[in-house]
Design a protein around this ligand. Structure first.
Ligand code: ACO
Length: 343
């Protein structure tokens, strides 16, 4: 059975930077840099331009990951794309990415399967587990895994929505998962969920049990009330459960891989909130130098946070071949996951 390892990483954030102060001055939100920074560690985030969507962000990150893996798009065997902000309700953004990569027509046509994963902040880890299974089973040799989000176009950027809208940013991260006979790669992935908390962090937009699923105006246009249109978050419940689940998931992954927390050289945690990650690090007694973060620059980019962090730390020379890496994420669902990788 081949091993599955990460042969390349890439990331992309759109150029527009929005600081905490910009949320106040440009968008008129009653907030302050001090409030946001103290509770979350966030200083700024990036917002995509009007007209730029998730598949486009994913394409930029993918091209960088392909370059780092030394591959062309047509050498991919499959695409897995994690997002909670897909370009359309259906089809998923994975097929839009397949088309953008030039695989749907022309000289490099290749009708690779494209799977969308809807597991929010844990989406990258769920996707990685699919890619790992495909590669280890021998079904595919090169699988693209992308996390991409265009949050800014679906945030309530008013004082009413400040608890949620001050946390999120746009961006994409990608990795190529490749087959190898070498003794390295993904050692184990641990995933979980607890749907009891589905309503504690959600964005409903419509209710499909209703006929019709959104109220209609007299011309047949949809009318969505603010409490359905925008995301809802019970912040303290999320915080408490995130610390518990990420800590537990890492310990489970270590047990399954017959390793210990102390053996791990670097942790790449989901970047939701600096305080959540500080608590996890404290509970597991992790030295600060093993826990890189970039939430101050990007905010929470949901499915993109972990691949973005892996790409940044690899390019900085902090993440090196031979290191043992621990990943952990928690998010809406609630869902969570962890992974141990011999890089
Ligand atoms: N600026 C100023 N005031 C704000 C802001 C803001 N951006 N956001 C909320 N407030 C106000 C609230 O309106 C409220 O005012 P009120 O008392 O007059 O009603 C007050 O601050 C306190 O609000 P709380 O929500 O109770 O604030 P709390 O101290 O719990 O902090 C926070 C909120 C930072 C979201 C915290 O609950 C938290 O960190 N939760 C974790 C959630 C998280 O990180 N989610 C990320 C997405 S999920 C994931 O990826 C894991």
């Amino acid at each position: 059975m081949p091993n599955a390892y990460i042969s390349g990483t890439g990331s992309y954030v759109p150029p527009r930077v929005v600081t905490n102060e910009d949320l106040r001055t440009e968008f008129g939100i009653d907030t302050s840099h001090e409030w946001i920074h103290k509770r979350t560690g966030i200083e700024e985030r990036h917002f995509a331009a009007d007209g730029v969507g998730t598949a486009e962000l994913a394409e930029h990150a993918t091209r960088a990951a392909l370059e780092s893996a030394g591959l062309e798009a047509h050498e991919l065997d499959a695409i897995v794309l994690a997002t909670l902000s897909p370009d359309y309700h259906f089809p998923g953004s994975g097929v839009l990415l397949q088309h953008r990569l030039g695989l749907s027509e022309g000289d490099n046509v290749k009708f690779v399967p494209a799977l969308d994963v809807r597991n929010q902040c844990s989406g990258f880890l769920y996707s990685l587990s699919v890619a790992n299974g495909w590669v280890r089973s021998g079904m595919y040799k090169q699988v693209l895994v992308v996390g991409a989000e265009t949050h800014s176009h679906a945030l309530d950027l008013t004082t009413r929505g400040r608890t949620v809208s001050s946390l999120f940013g746009d961006g994409a991260g990608a990795v190529v998962v490749s087959a190898t006979e070498e003794d390295r790669g993904i050692r184990g992935i641990y995933l979980g969920s607890n749907g009891k908390f589905a309503d504690a962090l959600c964005q409903k937009i419509w209710d499909i049990s209703r006929f019709p699923y959104v109220p209609l105006d007299e011309d047949g246009g949809g009318l969505v009330a603010p409490d359905m249109l925008w995301a809802h978050m019970e912040g303290r419940t999320v915080f408490r459960n995130a610390v518990q689940a990420m800590t537990g998931a890492l310990m489970e992954a270590c047990k399954a891989c017959e390793t210990t927390i102390a053996d791990i050289d670097m942790f790449a945690f989901h970047q939701a909130n600096m305080r959540i990650n500080e608590y996890v690090a404290k509970m597991l007694e992790l030295p600060a130098e093993k826990v890189p973060h970039n939430i101050h620059k990007y905010g929470n980019t949901t499915a993109a946070t972990i691949p973005l962090l892996l790409d940044e730390t690899r390019r900085e020379g902090r993440l090196k071949d031979g290191m043992k890496v621990g990943l952990a994420a928690f998010g809406s669902g609630f869902t969570w996951g962890s992974a141990i990788i011999d890089w």
